[in-house]
Design a protein around this ligand. Sequence first.
Ligand code: RIB
Ligand code: CA
Length: 314
Amino acid sequence: MNTATPVILDCDPGHDDMLAIMLAAANPDVELLGITTVSGNGSLDKVTYNAQRICALAGITVPIGRGANDPLSGKASAAPTIHGASALDGADLPEPTYDVSPLPAVELIAKLVDECDRRVTLIPTGPLTNIAMFLQAYPELHSKIERISFMGGSTERGNWTPYAEFNIWADPEAADIVIRSGLEVTMSGLNITHQALATEEVLNRILSLDTPLARTVVDLLIFFKQTYQDVFNMPDPPLHDPVAVALVIDPEIARMKFAPVAVELEGALTRGATLVDLYGTTGQEANVHVAMELDVDLFWNLVIGAIARLGAHS
Ligand code: RIB
Ligand code: CA
């Protein structure tokens, strides 16, 4: 019996999504069943092409399903100031080695979940549009979802507006559906992902792997570092998305708080904010496992270990 946790990664690559893909593909405690894409850091075409190129670079061969180009309401967003015009600037990447799945994202998720012999963990690291659409279209498959470990939101301030984090801001209605789904939901918000900083020491550890893959990853992270310095005046960039994967690999990697979480849908200035009731002042029922404090050394050991494994074969 395969004891690895089966996972599906729904993403918008994106530099940090790239490391989430590599961690999910290479860590032996998870089994990556497939990748689905959603517009966010770039258009659906760009993030899907990037997912294909990351798989070509790292020798990953799982099915890739194209997802939503627009949020449930409103228009698509992008983040070229952070990830560049291609949504993954900073290095020359190989062309795709295989086509995307003929199944669109929601149907691919349904097929992979239905056919898996274990309950599946969904790991969204972009806007939650695909996941919300899957939950609405396939209620009969909810019993086969182990949990949803998403990167998004924050217990504090935002990064796209003063109080909204990008993934939630891009599709607040989808986030609301996921958070109120009644499934086990784990949130890796900015409050914890800003502890996962790609410092000079981390970049040097990756470079010391001395493989073409490691060098390409560092080139991409150097681009990401520069945009975070330019936009946020942060010396080291936070690698948000692999935190959501690391929590599935090792639930002990972070201190968690089970708390009531709600998404602001109406606020003229706060739409997309995640209201995390850490002190029980709202009287609401807790509904989300909120990651609070990261074991940073263990996190980077997991990420660098994945790059090392992939680099040995690609
Ligand atoms: O706010 C950070 C999140 O938005 C990350 O997932 C990043 O890749 C972008 O999608
Ligand atoms: Ca992302």
